[in-house]
Structure formats: C-alpha cells, structure tokens
Design a protein around this ligand. Structure first.
Ligand code: C2E
Ligand code: CA
Ligand code: CA
Length: 749
C-alpha cells in the first residue's frame, strides 16, 4: 500500500475516533451537568425534607404540651366555681405525667395566682414571674395560646406555655406551665426517619442560638455563620418553605437551611457543608461520571493504540515494500521506482547486475550465517561505491543491481571491475581461502525509449548479458549487445527446431582430412557436423553440440552422423573409389545407452561397410566416470572391428594413466598444444607432446595431432614421430562431396 494512502487512512481513523470521543465527551458533559443539576435539586429538596422533619417534630412537641395544658384548662373550667375543688387531684395527676414542672393559674381580674398546684411556691405570684412569662400570660388573658421566650430559672433554660381559661365564653384567667428547654434536646439531637443525624441550631429571631446538637467548636462557628446569614423574619414569611442562604467560612461555601417553627420568631437552622449528607442520586451521578470517564479513556486508548499500530504497520509495510530485510539496502521494487525517477530526469545511466558465482558453494563453505554476512558486507560496499545520484539494491539471493550515472563502456567497466575486485576481497575478512568470483552484466542507453520502458529494457538487458557469462570462473563483466541477443535467439531456435532439422537433412556431413606424417597420403578424415539451415545459413557445432549434450539430442545426432558416413562410404565404394577410415565424434551419452553397440552395427551392416573404416572418437572424461564399464564397451567395440580414438587428449586434466588403462587404438592431441606455438608456453607444450607421443608409441597407440596450421607444426610433429596430423594446413572441414573430389583416389589409381 502506498504511504500516502496509509497516512490518509490513519488520519481518517483518527478523525473518526476523535469525533466519536468528542461526541461521547459532549454527551457525558451534558449528562453530567444535567445529573449534577438534578442532584443539586434533589439534594436541597432532600435536606429541606430533613430540616422540615425536625421542625414538624418540634411543632408536634409544642402542640402536645399545649394539648396537656388544654386538658387541664378544661378541667379547671369545670372546677373554677369551686376553686380548690376536687379537680385539683386530677390536675395533679395530669401534671405529674406531663413535662411541666410548674403549673399555675392567674386570674385575669386580680392578676393573682388564684390557683396553684400543690408544692408551688410564692415566687409563682404573677408579679414575681420573669418578664418573658408575664408577657405570655398577658397574651393568654387576651385569648391567645402563648409560649414565652426562653428565660432562665434556677440556672435552667425554660419556657412557659400559657393558655386562656374560659367561663361562659369569657377569659377568666390563664393556665401556665413551665417546661425545661431540655425537653427538645432529643428532637434536636435525634435522627431523622431516614437515619440521618444533622446538627440543628434552635435560634431566636435575632439569630441568638438557644441550643444546638453541634459540638462545641462547630456550635461556635455555626453561631457566627447564623449571625452572618441573618435570617431575621425571612423564614417566618413563608412558613411552608425552608429558607436558604449561602455563607463563606474559611473560604468554603456553606448553605444554611432555615425552618421557622412559627412561634416567637424561633428558627431551626441546619448548616450544610456538602459533606455530611449524600442524596440517593449521588451514587448514580458518581456511577454515570465513572462510566463516561471509562468510556472516554477507552476511546482515547483506542485512538492512541490504533494510531501507534497503524504507524508501526505503516513503517513495517514500508520497510517490507522498500527494504531488503537482510542487508537493509533498497529492494528491487524500490530500486525500480528510484531508477524510473532518475531516468526521467536524465537518460545517461547504465544498469548493472552483479551475481556471485556458485553461491551455493559459498553457503556450504562459509556456512549460512557467514554467507548472509557476506551479502550484508557486499551491500555496504555497493552503497559506498555509488554516488549521490546513483542507486543500488539487492535482488534475489546473491544478486545486486546498480544504477550508475555512466554511459561510456570503459568507465563503467573500470568502476564495475573495482567493485567486483573489492567484493572478491571480502573473502579475507571471513578468513577463508575460497576465491569469491562474480559475474556482472551491464546495459547502457537504448535509443528511442524512455521512462519506465527504458528502465525495464536496461534491466532486462543487463540480466541477459549477465546470464551469458554465467559459466565462467573469474570476475567477468559482459555488456549487452544486439549480437548477444541474437545468439540467444539462435539458442532458443536450436532446441525448438533440432528434430525437424534432423528429419529434413539440415545436418550435413563435413570432412576434415587427416594426413600421414611419414608420407604424403591422406590416411583418413574426421566427420564434423554442419547445420545448414533452409535459408542457407550455416551453424557451427560449437553452438549446438553443447545444447544437444544437455538435452540428450546429441546421441541421436551422432548415430545420424555415423549413418551419413556409412552412406557416403557406400557411395564411394559403389563408385569404385578407395575409401579411408573416417572418425566420428561420439557423445558420452551414447555410452549409457544399452543398445548403442547394436545400433552402430545395424548401421554399418545396413550399408555393408567394414567396421575398420569407422573410428569412434570418445572423450577422456568418460574414463573418469567408470573406467571398467568403459573398458568393457571399448573391448566389445574393438571385437566387433571398430577403432577407438581418444579425442582432445591434454585439453582438460588428462592423465597419462588413461593411455595405459584403456585399450584404445589412437590418441588425438588437443589442438591447444599446437596453438601454443609461438607463445611463452611453447617449450613446455612441445616437451609434453614429445612425451605423450613417446608413451603412446610404447603402448602401441597411434598419435594424431589436431590443429596443424603451419609447416613448422608439421616439422615438429615429424620430429617427435607423431603419426598423423589434422588441421587447416591440410584442409578445413569441407563438404563430403568436396572431400571426395580432392582426396579420394580411384581404386587402383
Ligand atoms: P573436435 O572433435 O576437436 O573437432 C575438431 C575441431 O577443430 C573442428 O571444429 C575443426 O574445424 C577444428 N579445427 C580443425 N583444424 C583446425 C586448425 O588447424 N586450427 C583450429 N583452430 N581449429 C581447427 P568444429 O568442426 O567446429 O567442431 C567443433 C567441435 O564440435 C568438435 O571438436 C567436436 O567436439 C564437436 N563436433 C563436431 N561434430 C560433431 C558431431 O558430429 N558429433 C559430436 N558429438 N560432436 C561434434
Ligand atoms: Ca573430434
Ligand atoms: Ca578434437
């Protein structure tokens, strides 16, 4: 995937996720605010209900006190006439069961304490009563049920309840009961039905605290806050409601809830610090907030995770797409991209492909790890060998590519040669003796094409040129050219048309004369194949024999050549000519065919040719493979009358042992011996030839020297007693008909 697309995707995902999380955050904010508001409302409502509960209890307590008084009042109304009458006892009873600790009756006219409960004392005379009590009594005389302000009596805070006592619908007096303030402590200090316990302050209308359930220190600053809040008669105005005020104390906000009890301007006040009470909705809000927080965090995590992952993937994908994982340099696809860019700006580039020879051996000898290391070192070396506007990369396994800003073959060759030599030099760092060699193909500018097309051609041609020199041994560099390509085309053609060529007689018999070096006689010839195509062009065996040896067609062709030879000799015999033995090259493939000998005999028999006229040229390589089998085959062939010649002796790693271990009739000294004449190797080659000829003589093996090109060659051969010579000096390979004309004598002539 392209990097751009990837980045786009990352941005898209991130934006989508960001939007989602923004929506979630927005929603959660709205929900939290809404819930918060609801919670606030529900909280104040809840606190209101708590404070109200205290008020109701307070009022109930007062109401029940009045009820008791009224009961006594009614009894008194009945007994007023008799004054200290029988009702006294009943009142006494009621009084003992009530919360009043003093009861007295004050006549409206005499203002006297006309009626006094047993045990009361003179202090309870009206005139002796404190101002607060007198005021309440007066209000009762006026027909009101009254409660006095709080006052102190005998060091105890008390209040006096007073009710009017009627006789014939007229107020006769007032019944007063004194009650200690402590009668309210259980209410103020008690719990609500929901189990909450809050500190309640009972205050007078001016804010003076009458009593409170709060501890001393809380009571102190509570009193100060109440004074600051100054509810006055606000609370009284709407008795149903709870008045609220916020006061700051020590920098913190406190909410004061104030409920009027409807008597004497008294209020019940609760100071809320927001910590003591948890409304039921509070848990919910925490849950909701937590849920949103978790959701938000999850979203953020997903975004970050996705982003990081995509970034990592992106990097990985990019490195996979562009980088060679082993060496860290560019891979082929990256190289191609870069080459396209550079070639678009400037056509003056060359592409070269470098490959190691026999990398599988390097793998074996160096071990996998070191072989990998070698590739890494090679990559490093290439990177330091190129200029800024040049590129290199690793292709498959041991193949490297170079894009060089050069077009002159000489310059390219010298740079490449230097690089190849340096790579070969790497063997030293691995402390190995193995000679690392490489082969390299290069291709320069192509006319008439541009851009990607040009790059493709350069690359293809460089690879092509490289493959052409695959089979060498040294550091080789090949430049692509048209001819090279044509040759390859021919190679392909060879394989595709060989069978048809055989069937239609395109393989022709050419003969090269062999001269007896002790006389002037032509003692024989070698059959050499020529492929004459329909259009008249000739292909030499060097081109197709190696191909046929690989694909197995050579065996078929060689027998075909034996047949052509027999056919020709038959013709000559029939013409009355004297025939000579003809050597036919035999591919080693034939020796592995079971019916080889039968087929040979079948051919010679068919044409009625004596087998002594057929010399089979075999290659010494065969001996190396299985000497015993070969000897056995040679033995049988000789028994049947064929002659055996060892071809190309001395070309490879020949061994003189072969001469002693194989029952051959003839040995052909490779033309390389004579081709070395006039070079530095002349002396040694001559010595070798001399010895080979001598040894062959000892074993009664005929000697034939190939590649006789000059008179000197011939003289030398005669000097060392070589039996026969073959070469351009006598004749090039020529068509059989021409050979017949030039060299064959009429019988008896
Ligand atoms: P070879 O068997 O060693 O054949 C001799 C080659 O040396 C021939 O090449 C010939 O043209 C060349 N030659 C002869 N005299 C001279 C000389 O004085 N100087 C130089 N430089 N070269 C000389 P040609 O015909 O191209 O054949 C090449 C090779 O192809 C042969 O080498 C042989 O190995 C193979 N070959 C040719 N015909 C056949 C065939 O019918 N069957 C098989 N299996 N191989 C064949
Ligand atoms: Ca030969
Ligand atoms: Ca030869």
């Amino acid at each position: 995937m392209e990097e751009k697309n990837l980045r786009k995707k990352v941005i898209k995902y991130t934006v989508v996720l960001a939007l989602i999380s923004a929506v979630i955050i927005g929603c959660s904010a709205i929900v939290v605010v809404a819930v918060r508001k609801a919670e606030e409302r529900s909280y104040t409502a809840y606190v209101d209900s708590l404070v109200n509960e205290y008020r109701l209890r307070f009022e109930e307590r007062m109401a029940s006190a009045f009820e008791t008084l009224q009961l006594m009042g009614e009894l008194m109304e009945d007994g007023l006439l008799s004054k200290e009458s029988i009702v006294t006892d009943q009142i006494q009873n009621l009084s003992e069961n009530s919360s009043f600790f003093k009861l007295s009756y004050y006549d409206i006219r005499s203002e006297e304490q006309l009626f006094q409960l047993p045990g009361s004392d003179p202090e309870y005379e009206f005139s002796n009563r404190p101002e607060e009590a007198q005021e309440a009594i007066r209000r009762a005389w006026e027909g009101e049920m009254a409660v006095s302000q709080v006052y102190e009596q005998d060091g105890v805070q008390v209040i006096t309840y007073v009710i009017p006592v009627y006789q014939e619908n007229e107020v006769q007096g007032a019944l007063a009961g004194v009650q200690e303030l402590s009668q309210f402590y259980d209410i103020i200090g008690g719990e609500t039905t929901s189990g909450d316990r809050i500190n309640i302050f009972w205050t007078e209308s001016d804010g003076t605290v009458l009593t409170t359930s709060a501890e001393e220190s809380a009571a102190e600053y509570g009193a100060a806050m109440i004074e600051e809040a100054d509810f006055g008669s606000d609370a009284e105005q709407d008795r149903e409601k709870i008045a609220r005020k916020t006061v700051r104390w020590d920098g913190e906000p406190y909410t004061l809830y104030c409920a009027s009890v409807g008597t004497n301007g008294w209020n019940l006040i609760y100071i809320d610090n927001g910590k003591d009470i948890h409304s039921p909705i509070y848990q919910m809000i925490i849950l909701v907030t937590c849920a949103f927080a978790i959701l938000f965090l999850a979203c953020i995590t997903v975004i970050i995770y996705t982003y990081k992952n995509t970034k990592k993937d992106n990097r990985q994908i990019r490195s996979l797409a562009e980088q060679d994982q082993l060496t860290g340099i560019a891979n082929l696809s990256k190289f191609q991209q870069e080459a396209d860019k550079l070639l678009a700006q400037d056509r003056n580039y060359c592409i070269a492909v470098i490959n190691f020879r026999h990398f599988q051996y390097i793998n074996d000898i160096f071990g996998m790890d070191q072989a990998d290391e070698l590739l890494v070192e090679t990559a490093k070396l290439l990177e330091t060998s190129i200029h800024e506007n040049e590129r290199c990369c690793r292709g498959k396994t041991d193949q490297f590519y170079l894009l060089l800003a050069e077009t002159k073959q000489a310059a390219i060759r010298s740079r490449l040669q230097k690089i190849l030599d340096q790579i070969s030099g790497l063997t030293a760092i691995f402390h190995k003796n193995y000679p690392i060699t490489l082969y390299c193909g290069a291709s320069v500018e192509q006319e008439g094409i541009e851009g990607e097309e040009l790059r493709k051609k350069l690359l293809f041609h460089a690879e092509f040129a490289m493959k052409m020199i695959k089979n060498g041994h040294e550091n080789d560099i090949a430049f692509y050219d048209q001819k090279m390509h044509e040759e390859k085309q021919i190679g392909l053609m060879i394989e595709s048309s060989m069978q048809e060529a055989l069937d239609t007689g395109e393989f022709r018999l050419y003969l090269q004369a062999k001269k007896d070096l002790r006389g002037e006689k032509i003692s024989g010839a070698e059959a050499l194949v020529r492929w004459i195509r329909k259009d008249g062009t000739m292909i030499y065996p060097d081109r197709f024999i190696p191909v046929f040896e690989k694909n197995g067609f050579c065996a078929q062709l060689d027998l075909h050549m034996v047949e052509l030879v027999c056919q020709m000799q038959r013709k000559w015999l029939d013409m009355g000519k004297e025939i000579v033995p003809i050597s036919v090259n035999q591919s080693k493939l034939l020796f592995y065919q079971e019916d080889y000998i039968e087929r040979l005999c079948e051919i010679t028999d068919r044409y009625g040719i004596s087998r002594k006229y057929i010399v089979l040229e075999i290659l010494e390589g065969l001996a190396a493979e299985n000497l015993d089998d070969l000897n056995h085959t040679i033995f049988r062939l000789k028994e049947l009358g064929f002659q055996i010649s060892m071809d190309d002796f001395g070309s490879g790693y020949s061994s003189l042992n072969i001469l002693s271990s194989l029952e051959i009739d003839e040995v052909k000294l490779d033309r390389e011996f004579l081709l070395a004449m006039g070079t530095a190797r002349e002396k040694k080659q001559k010595a070798m030839m001399r010895n080979v000829v001598q040894i062959a003589k000892d074993f009664k093996i005929r000697t034939v020297a190939e590649g006789v090109e000059t008179e000197e060659n011939e003289h030398f051969l005669q000097e060392i007693n070589c039996d026969y010579g073959q070469g351009y000096y006598y004749s090039r390979p020529i068509p059989a008909a021409e050979f017949e004309e030039r060299f064959l004598k009429e019988k008896g002539a």
